[in-house]
Design a protein around this ligand. Structure first.
Ligand code: SF4
Ligand code: ZN
Length: 295
């Protein structure tokens, strides 16, 4: 499966190909909000999948998702990772992004991969929060902030770009607390990462998040909260994007329903320019009331 997005590559707006590689999925697979690995049919020949998806597409960037970690050898054997990078090194692509959990960031392997690719390499890590309490009790992430820092150090030393996913509104945090946690996380990783993607909760099937949401004990975040976070972090020294899954839908971040689409467009624009969003709709007052109650 693949789709095209617009991204900034080498300072210019370019097309990027996003590919989901059918591996066996995340070998950790315990985060409370995630069921990416559900129902995947793993493919043997992953290089063939990449070749097919890339065929005749004029893109400058490729982002490879695996519903887990590209660098996890249980998902993709190291020789297959190398084979994919070797192939990409002979294309017009200028930048490649892969995702991983921090424990799979291995200096030796990454050096070989980076040298083979010989292009800009970006490694994205789902940090979610820089608060160990939130990582453990609200997300069940299975690693600590320090693990992210250790992985980042290796990546920086190899001149590999770092992207962090920061989560908005995990289980067991109020709307207000989740805003503060996302902003604090961004402030903490300034100077460490090159870019940040703010990812608000979307309800996946068969997760603990779905269980609490169905019982009415978890409320999805307002888009106002995302807007607030994006505006707060826009001046930090990294590039910020947000492509919320299911924005405006029942299982995704939403406002009143009337302003969701308009704000969705503004967020897409923000992701290219990082300029503060100025927008008002009457439902903002209800959001403000909720925050004041939670203060
Ligand atoms: S969020 Fe990432 S690390 Fe957590 S279970 Fe899903 S794929 Fe694995
Ligand atoms: Zn509204």
């Amino acid at each position: 499966m693949s789709w095209i997005t617009e991204e900034i590559v080498n300072g210019k707006k370019e097309k990027a190909l996003n590919i989901i590689l059918p591996t066996r999925g995340c070998s950790y697979n315990k985060c409370y909000m995630c069921s990416y690995s559900l129902g995947i049919k793993p493919e043997e020949n992953l290089l063939k999948v990449i070749k097919n998806e890339l065929e005749d597409r004029k893109v400058k960037k490729v982002k490879i998702f695996t519903s887990g970690s590209f660098l996890d050898e249980k998902e993709i054997k190291f020789e297959d990772q190398m084979e994919i990078f070797e192939y990409l090194s002979n294309t017009d692509i200028e930048e490649v992004t892969v995702e991983t959990r921090p424990e799979f960031v291995d200096r030796e392997n990454l050096k070989k991969l980076k040298d083979t690719l010989n292009k800009v390499l970006e490694v994205a890590i789902g940090l979610e929060s820089a608060n160990d309490y939130v990582l453990e009790y609200c997300i069940n992430k299975g690693f600590k902030y320090k693990d992210f820092l250790d992985a980042s150090e290796i990546l920086s030393s190899l001149d590999i770009k770092i992207k962090a996913y920061v989560f908005l509104k995990p289980l067991f945090l109020t709307e207000y607390e989740s805003i503060i946690d996302a902003v604090n996380t961004c402030e903490k990783i300034e100077g460490i990462v090159d870019s940040v993607s703010i990812n608000p909760m979307a309800i996946h099937k068969k997760t603990l998040a779905e269980y609490f949401w169905q019982k009415g004990e978890y409320k999805l975040p307002w888009i106002w909260s995302l807007l607030y976070v994006l505006n707060e972090v826009s001046d930090l020294d990294f590039y910020v994007i947000s492509h919320p899954v299911a924005l405006g839908k029942r299982r995704g971040i939403h406002n009143c329903g009337k302003c969701d689409r308009d704000i969705g467009k503004l967020i897409a624009e923000y992701s290219l320019k990082n300029r503060k969003i100025d927008y008002y709709h009457e439902c903002k007052e209800e959001w403000e009331k909720i925050l004041k109650r939670e203060w």
